[in-house]
Design a protein around this ligand. Structure first.
Ligand code: NAD
Ligand code: DAU
Length: 338
């Protein structure tokens, strides 16, 4: 059955992977992408999508009520998936304001448009960071959907606020919402300020690899395509008003990840440089995905050993894409940070 899906943030990492997944897996759906093209976007990521007659792109800011309402007026989406966000924790520590504006007020604008024009679903793409962190010495503990919200950074606080607002719109106005909360993603098209592409980019150029603290913080890594399938499963099988945790049961300390990348690239461990720790650095994230397994039949299918090989190879094959991202504004930020 034909549907129109409006995807915000579709020129970014996960949003673009989701756009391609929809165009492949749901060829009779129309995909409307809305993205402000901030520093984190790369419009060339969407080159192939632009050739598809089922795809349309709007450069628009989700904070701009008038612009967003105009797009709804033209496209009348059935489903809205809100990926658009400021997504980098370190930047939120330096400059929280834009995180609150985009991640909270932008989400409000999107939901107001959904209320006015009517949709069958508003899906908010959330993060496991809303649950705070877990201690390193309690591997038996996991984040469940009812784990209390307990945020650490301005980024995670803005995402938690957006989740709470989403639930408030469901209860107050009856907006048909769902939320997914995912662990750390890796794969093609991730902006090289995030751990994995940053390390691949630096190591490829024999530059130092900045590891925060002792590199012992743990993240739960999920291949981006598995995340995208999880969101599609929530859209098609999830219950309105529910939260679904999506994760890979694939915990790794940062230093392990960095060493794996060095090995894949055949580069020496002497490139590793321990630098000042992130302020308020969350120790460990670990998702319990059993609700999504049981209710949606969803689970990751990409083993980390395969996913990381695919990812390193993808960046090696797309150094031009990486260079496009690493110019201008990003280089200024990088030089200030390190
Ligand atoms: P990203 O930074 O790669 O992409 C974000 C996209 O949103 C960019 O294309 C950017 O131009 C766009 N954008 C930013 N502000 C906008 C605005 N005001 N209006 C319109 N577009 C705007 O982010 P990502 O890593 O792809 O994350 C996507 C979503 O998934 C975010 O909501 C993030 O919180 C969530 N998430 C990410 C991860 C992860 O590991 N990357 C894990 C869990 C959840
Ligand atoms: O858990 C989901 C979250 O994962 C998402 O909500 C965020 O949008 C996404 O950016 C990611 O947040 P993290 O802070 O976990 O990702 P990042 O890649 O920035 O860092 C991963 C770990 O690596 C973290 O412990 C900090 C560390 N790190 C990061 C960078 C950029 C380093 O040691 N050195 C670095 O240079």
């Amino acid at each position: 059955m034909n549907k129109t899906v409006l995807v915000t943030g579709g020129a970014g990492f996960i949003g673009s992977n989701f756009v391609y997944l929809l165009l492949d897996e749901r060829p009779d759906w129309k995909v409307v992408c809305v993205d402000a093209l901030t520093y984190a976007a790369n419009i060339h990521t969407l080159n192939d999508a632009m050739k598809n007659p089922n795809f349309v792109f709007y450069k628009e800011d989700i904070r701009n009520r008038e612009g967003i309402f105009d797009i709804f007026e033209k496209e009348h989406p059935d489903i809205v998936v809100n990926f658009a966000a400021e997504s980098h924790v370190d930047r939120s520590i330096e400059n929280p304001g834009i995180f609150l504006e985009t991640n909270i007020l932008g989400t409000q604008v999107m939901m107001d448009a959904c209320r006015k024009y009517g949709v069958e679903r508003f899906h908010q793409v959330g993060t496991d960071e809303v649950y705070g962190d877990l201690p390193l010495d309690r591997p038996d503990l996991f984040f469940h959907e009812d784990t209390p919200i307990h945020t650490s950074s301005p980024y995670s606080t803005s995402k938690a606020s957006a989740d709470l607002l989403t639930m408030a719109y469901h209860r107050t106005y009856g907006l048909p919402v769902t939320i997914s909360r995912c662990s750390n993603n890796y794969g093609p098209y991730q902006f090289p300020e995030k751990l994995i592409p940053l390390m691949i980019n630096n190591a490829s150029q024999d530059k130092a690899l900045p590891v925060y603290g002792e590199g012992l913080n743990v993240r739960d890594w999920l291949y981006v395509k598995d995340h995208c399938y999880g969101i599609l499963a929530v859209l098609e099988k999830g219950k309105v008003g529910e939260v679904y945790n999506l994760g890979g049961h694939n915990e790794k300390a940062n230093i392990e990840i960095v060493k794996i990348i060095l090995k894949e690239l055949d580069k020496p461990e002497s490139l590793i440089t321990y630098v000042t720790d992130r302020k308020g650095h969350d120790k460990r994230y670990a998702i319990d995905p059993s609700k999504a397994n049981a209710e949606l039949g969803w689970g990751p299918t990409t083993m980390f050993a395969d996913g990381i090989k695919l990812t390193v190879q993808w960046y090696k094959d797309h150094m031009d894409w990486m260079r496009e991202c690493s110019s201008g504004d990003y280089m200024k930020y990088y030089e200030e940070m390190y």
